[in-house]
Design a binder for this molecule. Structure first.
Ligand SMILES: Cc1cc2nc3c(=O)[nH]c(=O)nc-3n(C[C@H](O)[C@H](O)[C@H](O)COP(=O)(O)OP(=O)(O)OC[C@H]3O[C@@H](n4cnc5c(N)ncnc54)[C@H](O)[C@@H]3O)c2cc1C
Length: 412
C-alpha cells in the first residue's frame, strides 16, 4: 500500500529546508542524517555571508519549526542503504547506528567528566579533542550526548553508566534497519572539503601553520578550539601576516576541475574576521580570478579599500616552512607584473573547494565529479543544492524549496 510520505536524505540546511517546507504544507516527511546532529556544514561556520549572521541564528528558527511540527520524523546517525520500487511507491532501506545514548539524556555532563577516552574532534576539523562520550556542539539537535563507538571501551569501562542518573546510556544498543515506504525521495547530501593533503606542493599537513578555509571558520568561531581567537597552530600566537591561497585544488584538472563558487567570498569574509580581531595584521590574497557576486561584492570593496590587504593575481606554486620562525615561504608569480614573488607569512589559509558526498545506490546517477545529474534520475527522485552543484546558502535554500514542491507532486 503506497504511502503519502516523503523521504529527505541529508540534514544540512538544504535537507532541513525541504523537510520543513514539505511538512508545513501538510505532508508527512522523514528526514535522515548520517551524523548524530542536524545542520550540516553551515553549523560549523563562524558567520555566514551575506549578512554575516552566526549559523545558530537561522538554524534555531528551523529547529523550532521542526519541534512544533508533528509531521516531521527525524532519524540521526542514519543512512540510506537501498531504494526499490518506483515513484509513488518506493521502499527505502535505512540503517541507524546504535543509540548508545537515548532521549533521557539531560546534557548534565557527568558522563563526560568521568570518561577516560579521548578522540579527535571532527566538528573542529581535528584541531582539538573530545571525550568518547561527547556533546557534538552547544546547539546540537537533537540535544543529547553521543558516543564514538570506534574508541569507547564499552563494558571494559562503563564509568559513564555508573554516573548517569537518568538511565540514558545503553552500551549494548545495536544498529537497526528500517524499511520505509515513501512516495518520493530528495537527496540533499551536500559536500565535504577537498582533501588538501593531495596538493603536495602546498604542504598542508606537513607544516602546522598551513590551515584550510573550513578550519579558519572553526578557529574564528566562539565555540571553536581556540574559543574564537585566530591563533597560529604551532605556538598559539596571534599571526601578524596571513596569506590566502585561492583555488587550492579548484579549477585544476589534476584535482577539482570546477569552480566551487563560494571560496572567494569565503576568503573575503575571513579577512573581515581577521580585521576585527587583528587590526594591524597584514593579509595577502593570491588568486586566479576573483569570483564574487551579488551582495557579496560589498566584501570585495571593503577589502580593496584596506591598505593592509593586498590582492595578488597569481597561482601559488610552492609553500615551504622557515624552520627558524615556523613561518611559511610562498613562491608565486604575479601574473599582472610577471614578477616571481617569494614572501614569508606567519600563517597560510588554503581555500579548498566543495566535493559532493556520494551514495552507492544504483538509482542515483552522478557526473564525473560526483554531482548528481538531475536529468538522469527516475521520476520521484530529486536532488537538492550542493548535491547537484556548489551553491551558497541562499541559493541552496531556494533550490531545496523547489525540490519540496517537486516531491509533494509525487504524493497521492
Ligand atoms: C569555506 C566555506 C565557507 C562558506 N561560507 C558560506 C557563507 O558564509 N555563506 C553561504 O551562503 N555559504 C557558505 N558556504 C557554502 C555552504 O557551506 C553551503 O551552501 C551549504 O553547506 C549547503 O548546504 P547543504 O545542506 O546543501 O549541504 P551540507 O551542509 O553539506 O549538508 C549535507 C548534510 O547531508 C548529510 N549527509 C551526507 N550524506 C548522507 C547520507 N548518505 N545519509 C544521510 N545524510 C547524509 C551530511 O552529513 C550533512 O549533514 C561556504 C562554503 C565553504 C567551503
Amino acid at each position: 500500500m503506497p504511502e503519502n510520505k516523503i523521504l529527505v536524505v541529508g540534514g544540512g540546511i538544504s535537507g532541513i529546508t525541504t523537510a520543513i517546507e514539505v511538512a508545513e504544507v501538510g505532508y508527512e516527511v522523514v528526514l535522515i542524517e548520517k551524523l548524530p546532529y542536524l545542520g550540516g556544514r553551515v553549523v560549523k561556520m563562524n558567520q555566514y555571508f551575506p549578512k554575516l549572521c552566526p549559523p545558530y541564528c537561522g538554524l534555531e528558527i528551523n529547529f523550532r519549526r521542526i519541534k512544533q511540527n508533528p509531521r516531521i520524523t527525524i532519524f540521526t546517525s542514519t543512512i540510506i542503504e537501498n531504494i526499490s520500487g518506483s515513484k509513488g511507491n518506493f521502499t527505502a532501506t535505512l540503517k541507524t547506528k546504535p543509540a548508545f545514548v537515548n532521549d533521557n539524556c539531560t546534557v548534565c555532563g557527568e558522563c563526560e567528566k568521568v570518561c577516560p577516552v579521548e578522540r579527535t574532534n571532527e566538528f573542529n576539523y581535528e584541531m582539538d579533542k573530545t571525550k568518547a562520550i561527547y556533546l557534538p556542539h552547544e546547539m546540537a539537535y537533537p540535544w543529547k550526548y553521543t558516543i564514538d563507538e570506534s574508541v569507547c571501551k564499552k563494558y571494559d569501562c562503563k564509568k559513564c553508566i555508573e554516573v548517569c542518573k537518568y538511565n540514558a546510556i545503553d552500551l549494548e544498543a545495536t544498529s537497526k534497519q528500517l524499511q520505509l515506504n515513501v512516495s518520493s525521495i530528495v537527496f540533499a547530501t551536500g559536500w565535504y572539503p577537498y582533501d588538501a593533503t593531495k596538493l603536495e606542493n602546498l604542504n598542508f599537513g606537513v607544516f602546522p601553520n598551513i590551515i584550510t578555509n573550513v578550519m579558519m571558520e572553526r578557529l574564528s568561531a566562539p565555540n571553536g578550539p581556540t574559543l574564537g581567537k585566530i591563533l597560529r597552530p604551532s605556538d598559539n600566537k596571534e599571526p601578524k601576516t596571513i596569506a590566502f591561497v585561492q583555488c587550492a585544488g579548484s579549477r585544476d584538472e589534476n584535482h577539482l576541475p570546477y569552480c566551487s563558487g563560494v571560496c572567494c567570498t569565503a576568503s573575503l569574509k575571513h579577512t573581515l574576521y581577521i580585521r576585527e580581531q587583528l587590526p594591524e595584521a597584514k593579509v595577502k590574497i593570491f588568486y586566479i580570478d576573483l569570483r564574487v557576486n551579488g551582495r557579496n561584492e560589498d566584501f570585495l570593496n571593503i577589502v580593496k579599500a584596506d591598505k593592509n590587504i593586498v590582492l595578488i593575481k597569481g597561482k601559488v606554486g610552492l609553500i615551504n616552512e622557515n624552520p627558524d620562525t615556523k613561518g611559511l615561504i610562498i613562491k608565486a608569480e604575479d601574473t599582472m607584473t610577471g614578477i616571481r614573488k617569494k614572501v614569508e607569512v606567519d600563517m597560510v589559509v588554503l581555500a579548498t573547494g566543495i566535493v559532493p558526498n556520494k551514495i552507492d545506490i544504483e538509482k542515483i546517477k552522478y557526473d564525473n565529479n560526483g554531482f548528481i545529474i538531475p536529468g538522469l534520475l527516475e521520476d520521484g527522485i530529486f536532488a537538492a543544492s550542493c548535491a547537484k552543484r556548489p551553491l551558497d546558502v541562499s541559493a541552496s535554500l531556494k533550490d531545496a524549496t523547489g525540490m519540496a514542491l517537486k516531491a509533494i507532486q509525487e504524493t497521492k
